[in-house]
Design a protein around this ligand. Structure first.
Ligand code: PLP
Length: 249
């Protein structure tokens, strides 16, 4: 076999990104693919890396730390960037600060402050996105627009964090028009932060939005980073791969 399944799926997802960009009149290079490798073994990440993929997203901190360590000793795998896209509890901030390049799910100043304080001095600043909630009411993680602007102001003061943008996980909507409308609300929060006159946002350029199912709508709305799991790696088996340390978190 010339091309692995994972490699061919990456090429297919890249082609879908390309198409969605064309339809939206956007340059294809304006959208990055984050391959979401949660529940998949290090060997699957290796395959994706050998097919050219460099950015990977993980939800479960303990699982990710073990996987990152396993991949770092594989001689044929190039340097990768690791994005934490799962919920971050206070007792997990240290592992995130030590092992990840990005954290997408920062929605409270307390968590931001801990990530800042715990970011090791020998690493570049942790790249962070503010998780925003545009559709879920009070019960869902993420900031509303007003909280997001306040949090952006606070993070801009933290030298060991670089604020990169916003992230959201909108609920599935019954129609394409409604999906697009919800995605546009996320982009509106990004614009609101950008135009709030906050100093120190020189690298604020990322809208982390869209998964396998809503990728095209997210790109139409303005996403700059789609987080694709099953589209790249296939269906997930949660029972088999989530480590016990994460189940209780
Ligand atoms: C699992 C997950 C994804 C990827 O989901 P797919 O539907 O498999 O593409 C993206 N973002 C977050 C936050 C996730 O938890």
């Amino acid at each position: 076999m010339i091309m692995t399944t994972i490699a061919s799926q990456i090429h297919r997802v890249q082609a879908q990104i390309h198409d969605a960009c064309q339809k939206a009149n956007r340059p294809p290079a304006s959208v990055d693919l984050l391959a979401v490798s949660k529940t998949f073994p290090a060997q699957a990440v290796r395959e994706a890396a050998l097919a050219g993929q460099r950015a990977f997203g993980e939800n479960y901190i303990q699982e990710a730390v073990e996987k990152i360590a396993a991949i770092q000793v594989m001689p044929d795998v190039p340097a990768l960037t690791w994005h934490c896209i799962g919920p971050i509890q206070s007792n997990k901030t240290k592992l995130v600060a030590q092992h990840f390049d990005w954290a997408h799910t920062v929605d409270r100043e307390k968590i931001a402050q801990r990530l800042h304080d715990q970011r090791p001095a020998n690493l570049p600043p942790l790249q962070v996105c503010i998780q925003v909630n545009v559709d879920g009411g009070e019960t869902k993680s993420g900031c509303n627009a007003q909280e997001a602007v306040a949090l952006a102001r606070a993070i801009a003061q933290m030298p060991r964090l670089t604020l990169r943008g916003v992230m959201s996980i909108p609920d599935a909507q019954p129609t394409e028009a409604q999906t697009l409308a919800v995605h546009r609300k996320v982009v509106a929060v990004f614009e609101q932060i950008r135009s709030a006159g906050i100093e120190g946002l020189a690298h604020f350029d990322t809208i982390s939005l869209g998964m396998t199912a809503d990728m095209s709508a997210a790109i139409a709305a303005g996403s700059t980073m789609v987080r694709v799991g099953s589209g790249v790696f296939g269906a997930r088996d949660y029972g088999a791969k989530v480590s016990s340390a994460d189940m209780g978190a």
